[in-house]
Design a binder for this molecule. Structure first.
Ligand code: WTA
Length: 643
C-alpha cells in the first residue's frame, strides 16, 4: 500500500546531518515563515559571495519579483573563484566520456579553463546582456561554456543535445542569440550524435548568429563556415587566463531554459543570478546534506533544469566534487553507472524514476557486481516515484542504509521545493514529504480554497522564493496568464497534489496538457503542431499513455487528408520519424492511431479526456453529452481490439 510504510532516518545519518531532527527542520521553517526578509538575508550572506550588498531583500509586485535588490554578484565567481583558497586542488569535476576517457578537473583548473574561454568570448565581441545558445554533449566544455557566459554576463540557454535542428532554430530565434557554443558531436551508445550538423541546419534561418564556437569531441569532419565558425581550441591559442568576473546585478539574467507549456510554442523560463544561487546553494545542504568529502553525482543532462541547478550551479557553488558522465547508462552494458559509482566512490546519487525502472528491468546482478558501499544518500526527480521503484532503489542500490530524497520541483521553481531533509524527515515512499523552509505550498480547489487534508486539488505556492521564475522571455503576458491568473497573484504549479493528515505532499501529476515522458516535459500541442505540419495529416490529437518504464508515452490520433497514402504501417513509421525530426528523438511517439475523425465538443474542442481514457482503459465512461459524434469514440475504442 503506498503510504503505509514510514522510514525514520537512521541515527547514523541524522547524527552527522546539517539538519538532524524534525525540530530543527521545523524551527528553520518557522523562522522563514515568520520573518522571510531576515531569514533569506541570513542565508544569502552565509551561502553566496556578494561584491555589494542589497538595499532590500525582496520586492514583490505580483507576478514580478526581485530578490536582493541592488546587490552585485557573479555566478561563476561563486562557483569557482571563492573556492580557490580553500579548495583549489579539490576535484570539481570527475569526467568520464562514453568511450572510457577520464579527466579529473580541480577547482583551480576549472577556474583557469573558464577564465581563458571567457577571454575568448570577449575577443569575439560578446558583451554582458548578449544571449548564447549552448548545444553540447555532457563534456567538461559544456560546464565551461555555461560558466564562461555567467562570468561575462552573457545569458545562456542550453538546448538539450536530443533536440532537433528545428527545435534549436526556434530557440535561437526566440532568444535572438548572437553566439552558439557547440561541439562536432558527442558519444551516445557508441555512435556519434552529430551536433554541428544540426547547428548548420538551424542556422540557415538565423542571421543574428555571428559566432559559432565548436569544441572538438569526436574528431570527425564537420563543415566550418568561414568567418562565422571557429574551433574552440584554435581560438584559445595564446589566450591568457586572467579574467576578473563581471560585477553583475543580483537580477542579471543568468539563463533562459525552454520548456513545454500548454501551447505548441515552448516558453523561455528566465532565471536571474543572486536569488537563484542563494536558493540552489542552500538546498545542496538541506536536501543533499552536502559535506566536504562527498562525491556527488546527478545523472541529469545539462540541457534540463536539473542539470543547471544540481549538476552545475548548486553543487559548484557549494564546492562539491561532481561526477559528469557523457553517455548512456547501458553502454557498453547495464552496469556502466555502477561501475562509475564504485570507481569514484560516489556518496550521493541523484537520478530519475524512469532510469530506476529501466535498471530494475535488467535485474539485480548488474549493481551486485560493484561495490556501492560509499553511497550514503539517494535522490529522485522528474516524476512521481512508484512504490516498487522506491523499494528497489532503497534495497538494491542503497542497501537499506541510504535515505531517498524524492525532490519535487520544476523548471520554473529553479530549485527543489518539496523534499525530505534526509536527516530530519521520516520518509513515506512516493511522497516528496515536506516543503523547504520559506516555501508555502497549499492544495486548493477550483476557486483557490484550501482542500481538507487527504483531498486532491491544485498545488499552489503562496509566497515568492529566491529562485522563482522571473518571467517568460519576451512574453510577460503569457507569464502572468500561465502562472498567476488561476488564482490572482499566487503561483500556480500546474500539478495536482494531495496533502495527507501528517502534512506529507503527494504529487499526482499535471493538470494541463503536458505529458511527462521519462521525466521530460512535452506538451501535447507541441507534438500535434509537429504532426499537422506533415503534408498527409489533416488533424492530430495527442495524449500521454501510461508506460511501464517512461511513466508516460506519446500516443497520437491522426486523421489524414484526402488522397493521403492508405499504407498505414508505412505512414505510421514516417510520422514517428517526422516528430523525432521536428522536435527531437526523445519525443518520438510510441504509437500512431489513424481515425476517420476525432471526438470533439460542440464548440469544436478535441476531447482529449476521452482519448486518454481510450488509451488507458480501452473503454469510455463518464460524461459524453457534449460530444459531437459519439460514433467516433466508440470506433476509436473498438479499434484497439481489432489490432
Ligand atoms: C513533475 C523537473 C512528482 C511535475 C525538475 C512537475 C515530479 C514537472 C517530481 C516539472 C517529483 C518533477 N514527483 N512529480 N519528485 N519532480 N515532477 O520542469 O509534474 O522538467 O510539474 O522540472 O515534473 O518538470 P521540469
Amino acid at each position: 500500500m503506498p503510504g503505509s510504510d514510514v522510514f525514520t532516518p537512521p541515527t547514523s545519518f541524522s547524527s552527522q546531518a546539517h539538519v538532524g531532527s524534525l525540530d530543527e527542520y521545523r524551527s528553520l521553517c518557522r523562522r522563514a515563515e515568520e520573518d522571510p526578509e531576515n531569514f533569506w538575508a541570513e542565508m544569502a550572506e552565509a551561502e553566496v559571495h556578494w561584491f555589494e550588498k542589497w538595499s532590500h531583500v525582496f520586492e514583490w509586485n505580483p507576478p514580478f519579483v526581485k530578490w536582493f535588490v541592488g546587490a552585485k554578484t557573479n555566478a561563476a565567481y561563486n562557483c569557482l573563484d571563492r573556492h580557490l583558497e580553500t579548495r583549489g586542488d579539490k576535484a570539481a569535476l570527475l569526467f568520464e566520456g562514453e568511450p572510457g576517457d577520464r579527466r579529473s578537473i580541480s577547482y583551480r583548473e576549472l577556474h583557469e579553463m573558464v577564465c581563458r574561454f571567457t577571454n575568448v568570448l570577449k575577443a569575439r565581441g560578446s558583451r554582458p546582456g548578449d544571449r548564447a545558445i549552448i548545444y553540447m554533449p555532457m563534456i567538461p566544455e559544456a560546464v565551461v561554456a555555461m560558466l564562461a557566459c555567467a562570468r561575462l554576463g552573457v545569458t545562456h540557454s542550453v538546448v538539450f543535445g536530443g533536440f532537433s535542428a528545428e527545435a534549436l532554430k526556434a530557440r535561437i530565434q526566440d532568444l535572438d542569440a548572437s553566439l552558439v557554443l557547440t561541439a562536432d558531436g558527442g558519444w551516445r551508445r557508441g555512435k556519434e550524435v552529430r551536433l554541428k550538423d544540426a547547428v548548420d541546419e538551424a542556422l540557415t534561418d538565423c542571421p543574428g548568429v555571428r559566432n559559432v564556437i565548436v569544441a572538438r569531441r569526436c574528431g570527425s569532419s564537420v563543415q566550418m563556415t568561414a568567418g562565422r565558425d571557429h574551433w574552440w581550441h584554435e581560438l584559445e591559442e595564446g589566450v591568457g587566463a586572467d579574467c576578473p568576473a563581471e560585477v553583475l546585478d543580483a537580477e542579471h539574467p543568468l539563463f533562459v531554459l525552454y520548456t513545454s507549456g500548454t501551447t505548441g510554442k515552448p516558453k523561455g523560463i528566465l532565471h536571474t543570478t543572486g536569488g537563484y544561487l542563494t536558493y540552489t546553494t542552500c538546498t545542496m545542504k538541506w536536501v543533499f546534506d552536502l559535506k566536504e568529502d562527498d562525491v556527488y553525482w546527478c545523472t541529469a543532462d545539462v540541457g534540463w533544469v536539473t542539470g543547471h541547478s544540481y549538476l552545475v550551479y548548486g553543487p559548484l557553488s557549494a564546492g562539491a566534487t561532481c561526477v559528469l558522465y557523457e553517455g548512456a547508462p547501458d553502454y557498453p552494458a547495464w552496469d556502466r553507472w555502477w561501475e562509475i559509482a564504485a570507481r569514484d566512490k560516489v556518496t550521493t546519487f541523484y537520478t530519475s524514476p524512469t532510469a530506476i525502472r529501466a535498471l530494475i528491468k535488467q535485474g539485480d546482478s548488474y549493481p551486485a557486481k560493484h561495490d556501492l558501499s560509499a553511497l550514503r544518500l539517494l535522490g529522485s526527480v522528474g516524476e512521481p516515484i512508484n512504490p516498487a521503484a522506491w523499494e528497489w532503489y532503497h534495497r538494491v542500490i542503497g542497501k537499506e542504509r541510504c535515505p531517498i530524497v524524492d525532490t519535487w520541483w520544476q523548471t520554473e521553481t529553479g530549485g527543489i521545493m518539496i523534499s525530505p531533509m534526509p536527516g530530519a524527515v521520516p520518509l513515506k515512499p512516493g511522497s516528496g514529504t515536506f516543503p523547504m523552509p520559506g516555501i508555502l505550498p497549499e492544495v486548493v480547489d477550483f476557486e483557490g480554497k484550501p482542500v481538507a487534508p487527504g483531498g486532491e486539488g491544485f498545488l499552489i505556492i503562496k509566497r515568492p522564493w529566491p529562485s522563482m521564475i522571473r518571467t517568460i522571455w519576451g512574453d510577460p503576458q503569457r507569464f502572468e496568464q500561465q502562472y498567476f491568473s488561476r488564482i490572482p497573484g499566487i503561483y500556480f504549479t500546474g500539478d495536482a497534489a494531495r496533502c495527507d493528515e501528517d502534512g506529507y505532499y503527494w504529487i499526482l501529476g499535471r493538470v494541463d496538457d503536458v505529458m511527462n515522458v521519462s521525466g521530460h516535459r512535452l506538451s501535447t500541442m507541441e507534438v500535434e503542431s509537429a504532426l499537422v505540419r506533415h503534408p498527409a495529416v489533416a488533424e492530430a490529437a495527442v495524449v500521454g499513455k501510461p508506460h511501464e518504464i517512461t511513466g508516460q508515452a506519446v500516443c497520437c490520433f491522426v486523421t489524414l487528408k484526402q488522397g493521403a497514402s492508405t499504407d498505414h504501417s508505412a505512414l505510421g513509421k514516417e510520422l514517428r520519424q517526422w516528430v523525432a525530426h521536428e522536435i527531437g528523438p526523445f519525443a518520438r511517439p510510441e504509437e500512431i492511431r489513424f481515425a476517420e475523425s476525432l471526438p470533439k465538443t460542440r464548440s469544436g474542442k478535441i476531447m482529449r479526456r476521452l482519448l486518454r481514457e481510450i488509451v488507458t482503459s480501452h473503454t469510455v465512461t463518464g460524461d459524453v453529452t457534449t460530444l459531437e459524434d459519439l460514433g467516433v469514440v466508440t470506433k476509436l475504442a473498438a479499434q484497439h481490439d481489432d489490432d
